[in-house]
Design a protein around this ligand. Structure first.
Ligand code: PEP
Ligand code: MG
Length: 549
């Protein structure tokens, strides 16, 4: 038995044959022509790649949906990127072959992504490599690789590119194991969407002779066991049977209320990054969306997304939710989420710097445009706006002034919107929590951003893995701030939710029930375990002091 360990991206147990996927990089040598001929080869390959990517987009749309499919339009854009083209042409002029020039230019560009702070942007390096590989393949006349699965298998590879993933026969995939890759890689996203137990970043490659051997993926602990001994296999088979049973049993909770034994209701909403995610939220029994991280729209664009583009995305989510609440957070760009076209100044401490709403104070047009899009979407469903990174009452008043101007302008233009749309704020700085009494006068609701609240309260950089041990999420300081904010919200008749990672922490559900937190917003797979937990609790008997004293 050989054991590997990495980062789990979906909790569950998979047991099956291991299929090791090796990418074949060999190709018949092609003769190098003149610089002009090499440039022609590059342009011909680029045309072919764009046509093929458009084809893949159509295929993916039918099989895995729009959000997975969009990756291929993004790849088509990357293939036609002006900087990539310039770099390739310069390398050809310097004497390189077209294939080598593309390979090197692709590598250079991928390194630029890898150096970015934001995890999502970092993960885009694999997209650049995928595009460069595709272009090289066409230049060298290589055949497209296909992963053929004869039986349901656990797939292992260095990493899977989006093109690999879309072409897979998903009915035969039991789970993924990758040597590299992050939480935001396409493999990870697909694993979560399809609920496949998977482990990424095992930092080791699984030996080829293991191909076809029995493999266990433990998505609870991040362990991967190849060729397990009979005792281990039997234990895991039993664990898998139990977790499958549990999952089935929990399905019965879809459509049920998230209410404690003594009748206290706690709504369970979902965190999403785009409108397509609404489907996963609903399929998992989510009662609404408590956090739509709108900045992903900004991160995926090469310029500020227009009001119309934003409106279409928000409206789609609102319509899919069909009357359930959609809380759209205004963009949280800055710190670890950098979009190059914002041209933000280089900062010593970006997490304490120009971030989210603070950017809007300097560039109010961003807030105005986004609130217009959100207000317009409010005519198409049950929509609320939420503002992150608040530290003061004046900030909330400023946002409300912009909102009033938006309402006035939309009214003049006869564009429909909900004039009563709620405007809430995130409590994710200790400052906001400590003046929650005053903020509750201005905001329609609160949502605790526990990820940043933890970072700022404990002075622990959330990006720094070395500090994970110190960042105790149950630290009394954090729980006291949450409790105080909840008391202040309720004293003013406002509702309060939690949308950071703490919301899904079953060890704190009792505390949240004791504080009468009205809503918990979590990733879709966590809705049902949380509902099960809430239904087993008695809110009256829950003791907040036990957590904060
Ligand atoms: C948070 O800080 O808890 C939060 C939900 O926002 P984000 O993780 O996007 O910063
Ligand atoms: Mg935050």
């Amino acid at each position: 038995m050989t054991e590997y360990s990495g980062k789990s991206v979906f909790a569950g147990i998979a047991i099956g044959r291991l299929k090791i996927v090796r990418h074949d990089d060999s190709a018949a040598p092609v003769e190098q022509g003149t610089a002009e001929q090499e440039k022609e080869k590059f342009y011909a390959a680029r045309d072919k790649a764009v046509a093929e990517l458009n084809d893949l987009y159509d295929k993916a749309l039918g099989s895995v949906g729009e959000s997975e499919a969009e990756i291929f339009s993004m790849h088509a854009m990357m293939a036609q990127d002006g900087d990539l083209e310039d770099a390739v042409l310069a390398k050809i002029d310097a004497g390189e072959s077209a294939a080598r020039a593309v390979d090197e230019a692709g590598f250079d560009l991928s390194q630029m992504f890898i150096r970015m702070d934001d995890e999502y942007m970092k993960a885009r390096a694999v997209d650049v490599i995928d595009v460069a590989k595709r272009l090289c393949g066409y230049i060298l006349g290589k055949k497209e690789e296909e992963i053929v699965l004869d039986e349901p298998s656990i797939l292992a590879s260095s990493d899977f590119t989006p093109s690999d993933v879309v072409k897979l026969d998903k009915s035969k995939v039991l789970g993924f194991v990758t040597t590299f890759g992050s939480d935001n890689s396409h493999t990870a996203i697909l694993a979560r969407t399809l609920a496949l137990p998977s482990v990424v970043n095992i930092r080791d490659s699984i030996d080829l002779p293991f191909d076809g051997k029995t493999c266990i993926v433990d998505g609870f602990t991040g362990k991967v066991l190849v060729d397990p001994d009979p005792k281990t296999l039997a234990a895991y088979e039993e664990k898998k049977r139990k977790t499958d049973e549990e999952r089935l049993r929990r399905q019965e909770l879809i459509g049920q209320k998230s209410v404690t034994e003594d009748g206290v209701e706690m709504r369970i909403y979902c965190n999403i990054g785009n409108s397509e995610d609404v489907k996963a939220a609903l399929a998992n029994g989510g009662e609404g969306v408590g956090l739509f991280r709108s900045e992903f729209l900004y991160l995926e664009s090469s310029d500020y997304p227009s009001e119309q583009k934003q409106y279409e995305e928000y409206s789609r989510a609102a319509k899919l939710l069909d009357g359930k609440l959609l809380v759209i957070r205004t963009m949280d760009i800055g710190a670890d989420k950098q979009a190059p076209y914002f041209h933000l100044p280089k900062e010593e401490n970006p997490a304490l710097g120009l971030r989210s709403v603070r950017i809007c104070f300097e560039r109010p047009q961003i807030m105005y445009t986004q609130l217009r899009a959100i207000y317009r979407a409010s005519a198409d469903g049950n929509v609320a706006a939420m503002v992150p990174m608040i530290i003061g009452v004046n900030e909330v008043r400023w946002v409300k002034e912009v909102a009033a101007k938006v309402r006035e302008d939309l009214g003049k233009e006869n564009i429909p919107f909900n004039a009563e749309m709620q405007i809430g704020i995130m409590i994710e700085t200790p400052a906001a929590a400590l003046i929650a009494d005053e903020l509750a006068e201005e905001a329609d609701f609160f949502s605790i951003g526990s990820n940043d609240l933890t970072q700022y309260t404990l002075a622990v950089d959330r990006q720094n893995q070395a500090l994970e041990k110190i960042a105790d999420p149950h630290h009394k300081a954090i729980l006291r701030l949450i409790r105080y904010a909840a008391d202040c919200a309720h004293a003013k008749g406002k509702w309060i939710g939690v949308c950071g990672e703490l919301a899904r922490d079953l060890g704190l559900t009792e505390f949240f029930a004791a504080c009468r937190i009205d809503e918990l917003s979590v990733s879709p797979p966590y809705v049902l375990p949380l509902r099960e937990k809430i239904r087993s609790l008695n809110a009256e008997k829950a003791d907040a002091d036990a957590f904060t004293k």
